[in-house]
Design a protein around this ligand. Structure first.
Ligand code: FAD
Length: 226
């Protein structure tokens, strides 16, 4: 185990369509907590920049015949022909020691704009596959990632046996299938359950809980895993 010599960088990828949302306030609180913990914070606000989430044939050099998206990603990395927006975001991803995905839970998962960011930016040949392997051999091994999200349901409904089931169960496809797959060590998620049903006072307290949780995660993430 070693620690960072220089200030570490956190990339927050935020996906909420309303700037006045609680989710956005939660993201701003987390960003400040990370700065206070010594991080350089890079915020990528997907709705603000009108990120195009659809991985499509026409973002690649002309493809003759059968279109295989991951084969085209590998070819584009090798030839230096990745779409400019994808290349820019990939650069910001690779530069970050800590990745934070910030979003409201939609259908037990990421909003489509954020899922589409993963589709297009977690590029085969750029973060896994090609010269890299998977999981511990992928490009982001040694780095940390964390989910920061809000829900509509109450915390009771997300307990094992609750109406929605255990939160850990449905986060598996994100934690294992996306983040660990490309090498990250996943930190505990920071969740605010049901902010729409809270009083102003409860929401202020929830933001303070977010600040404390992110401060703890930041200290944890400053230790590299190899
Ligand atoms: C397509 C879709 C699918 C969904 N699927 C699910 C699902 O599977 N499971 C589930 O549980 N939920 C689901 N939901 C509900 C969703 O997760 C919640 O509505 C959302 O997470 C609530 O967070 P928000 O930031 O959008 O709340 P908002 O409604 O934006 O905010 C709540 C309140 O906080 C206030 N606020 C904003 N900033 C601050 C601040 N700084 N201090 C204090 N208060 C502030 C706002 O003014 C507002 O009154 C779904 C919603 C959609 C649209």
């Amino acid at each position: 185990m070693s620690t960072f010599d220089a200030a570490p960088t956190a990339l927050i990828v935020h996906a909420h369509p309303e700037p006045g949302s609680f989710s956005t306030a939660q993201m701003t609180t987390a960003a400040q907590a990370l700065r206070d913990a010594g991080y350089r914070v890079d915020v990528l606000d997907l709705y603000s920049e009108a990120w195009a989430p659809v991985l499509a044939r026409d973002e690649f050099a002309p493809v003759e015949g059968h279109f295989k998206p991951q084969a085209e990603q590998r070819r584009a990395v090798k030839d230096g022909t990745l779409d400019a927006a994808v290349q820019a975001h990939l650069g910001r991803l690779l530069a970050a020691d800590l990745l934070v995905l910030s979003f409201p839970l939609w259908w037990f998962s990421l909003p489509a704009i954020l899922k589409g960011w993963v589709d297009r930016v977690f590029v085969m040949g750029g973060v896994f596959g090609g010269d890299y392997g998977l999981f511990g051999d992928a490009a982001l091994a040694g780095k940390r990632a964390m989910l920061l999200f809000t829900t509509g349901g109450s915390s009771a409904s997300f307990r094992p046996g609750g109406a929605f089931g255990s939160v850990d169960d449905f986060l598996f496809h994100i934690h294992r299938g996306m983040l660990e797959f490309v090498g990250y060590q996943v930190l505990d998620p920071v969740v605010t359950y049901g902010p729409t049903r809270m009083t102003d006072q409860e929401r202020a307290a929830a933001l303070e809980t977010v600040r404390k949780s992110v401060t703890l995660a930041a200290a944890d993430a400053r230790t590299t895993v190899r």
